[in-house]
Ligand binder design. Structure first.
Ligand code: NAP
Length: 235
């Protein structure tokens, strides 16, 4: 068997460059950590400078990859273009893995009382910015057709709340209204499928993840019993 068929060669991400939005905390940080552990140069982007600095330092110390923070408030097409430009200004001519992960977690209100700003913030970040950041990064992600054996990757953090009806049980258990959140996740699963179709001929492979509950904040533990009631228990 030739060396190029070794699993370590087929699936290695060593020396790749990745940009992860919301990478300083929660699921994004878990992804950043796994990438750094596997030798990737990782850029994490979000608003809180302290979180960015602390995570970048912690992961770089761990190695063998490295981690840098870029401040970004993703809420518009312009903010996405700025993040892509800032990433390029740091000396990056190409991007191998873009992870659109940033999200607004924990908004809760009664159905009659959901603030309009919450709809705007959630839809701008979860839907519009996933699209515009991917498009802004496209010149860095595109691969010549003869190189498609190793395409660049766009990974989008959707949600189990964006597929099927799992959201209803979860939302009932919380008592509040998560409609902007869950409907935005349905929308981003659609954005992902559209991007996948349109970008495949440009050597860009697009996937969307649908995580279930990942208890990154205390609020998740409050509802854990109720969420678990429908899950069969092992003996
Ligand atoms: N935890 C779960 O159970 C679960 C399940 C399914 C899907 N998800 C999805 O997973 C993703 C990550 O969430 P998480 O659970 O890991 O929670 P998290 O730790 O709160 O992560 C959200 C990240 O997004 C960043 N962010 C928020 N608004 C931003 C903005 N305007 N511009 C740039 N960055 C922004 C936050 O950083 P700053 O505040 O510093 O900007 C934070 O790092 C989200 O898309 C979420 O919807 C989570």
């Amino acid at each position: 068997m030739g060396d190029n068929l070794l699993i370590t060669n087929l699936f290695s991400i060593k020396d790749k460059t990745a940009l992860i939005t919301g990478g300083a905390t929660g699921i994004g940080k878990m992804i950043a950590k796994a990438f750094v552990k596997n030798g990737v140069k990782v850029y994490i982007a979000s608003r809180n400078k302290k979180n960015l600095e602390e995570t970048a330092e912690e992961l770089t110390k761990m190695g063998p990859g490295v981690c840098y923070g870029i401040e970004a408030n993703l809420n518009s097409k312009e903010s996405c273009e700025k993040l892509a430009a800032d990433f390029k200004k740091l000396g990056n001519e190409k991007l191998d893995i873009l992870v659109n992960n940033a999200g607004v977690v924990g908004y809760d209100a009664a159905i009659t009382d959901f603030p309009e700003e919450a709809w705007d913030e959630i839809y701008n970040l979860h839907v519009k910015c996933v699209f515009y950041l991917t498009i802004a990064c496209l010149p860095l992600l595109e691969r010549a057709s003869d190189k498609q054996i190793d395409p660049s990757r766009v990974i989008i953090t959707g949600s189990i709340l964006g597929i099927g009806n799992g959201e209803l049980k979860f939302l009932q258990s919380r008592g509040g209204c998560g409609l902007p959140y869950s409907s935005s996740k349905h929308a981003v699963h659609s954005v992902a499928k559209n991007l996948a179709v349109h970008l495949s001929s440009r050597g860009v492979n697009v996937n969307v993840l649908a995580p279930g509950v990942v208890p990154v904040k205390d609020v998740f533990f409050k509802h854990m019993d109720s969420i678990l009631t429908d899950i069969p228990q092992g003996r």
